[in-house]
Design a protein around this ligand. Structure first.
Ligand code: AP5
Length: 215
């Protein structure tokens, strides 16, 4: 399945829960790119500035990474794609790829959250510097202030959670990614979810919607 929605809509939060529930991998293109940046690989060095500015990275690069990941063994029983596709071009390329590997999509879940809430969610988000687990300074606080519950590593703010980058990411979403929702609206796959409210209730709602998804 694909999870789609604006920056900070809760895609990563929900994908992690759904992945645990369905026992399939959570594949986040943002996490994959941030890992490349952290490890200072050639890809990481190439995309670092675009990520920090909130701009999309080149399609060819992203498509190669996604294809490589989807072909790995753990994705054979299914996968949750978070952050991909992000443009109609990527949606069409994904369609071709999935046809080629004979793995049709079962559902596309759109998380709907107003822009004002996005700004609050992203400005107060903090992430573990080691495992990447996400917290929120108001809604989802760590047990010990400033440190991850899982590995006690310090929490940090993502470079693209600065005010100017958040504005750019929202603009990019409305201009380049919303047309992907229109693309899937023309198929029977799209499920719309109003993603305000507590995290477990939203997960449950998504699971209920997925019960009707075609196998
Ligand atoms: P990516 O990592 O995909 O960023 P994004 O889409 O901007 O989404 P986020 O990870 O910021 O938010 P989220 O929706 O996962 O929300 P979260 O669960 O953390 O991409 C980053 C960059 O990589 C892009 O800008 C681009 O440069 C590049 N990139 C990635 N994919 C690409 C592609 N396909 N093509 C080209 N470039 C690509 O939640 C946010 C906060 O809200 C957290 O603090 C959380 O605790 C809190 N929260 C979650 N749910 C709730 C709730 N229900 N109520 C209250 N708070 C909540």
């Amino acid at each position: 399945m694909v999870l789609i929605g604006p920056p900070g809509a809760g895609k990563g939060t929900q994908a992690a829960r759904l992945a645990a529930h369905y026992r399939i991998p959570h594949i986040s293109t943002g996490d994959m790119l941030r890992m490349e940046v952290r490890q200072e690989t050639p890809i990481g060095l190439q995309v670092r500035d675009r990520l920090a500015a909130g701009l999309l990275v080149p399609d060819a690069l992203m498509l190669g990474m996604v294809e490589h990941r989807l072909l790995q063994k753990d994705a054979k029983q299914g996968f949750i794609l978070d952050g991909f596709p992000r443009s109609p071009y990527q949606a069409e390329a994904l369609q071709r790829l999935l046809e080629r590997i004979q793995r049709p999509l079962m559902a596309v879940v759109q998380l709907i959250v107003p822009d004002q809430e996005i700004v609050v969610r992203l400005s107060y988000r903090r992430c573990c510097s080691l495992c990447g687990k996400t917290y929120h300074l108001m809604y989802n606080q760590p047990q010990r202030e400033g440190y991850c519950d899982i590995d006690q590593a310090p929490l940090v703010q993502r470079d693209d959670d600065r005010e100017d980058a958040i504005r750019t990411r929202l603009q990019v979403y409305h201009q380049q990614t919303e047309p992907v929702v229109d693309y899937y609206r023309r198929t029977p796959l799209l499920r719309e979810v109003h993603a305000l409210g507590d995290v477990p209730s939203i997960s449950l709602h998504i699971q209920n919607l997925l019960k009707g998804a075609a196998a």
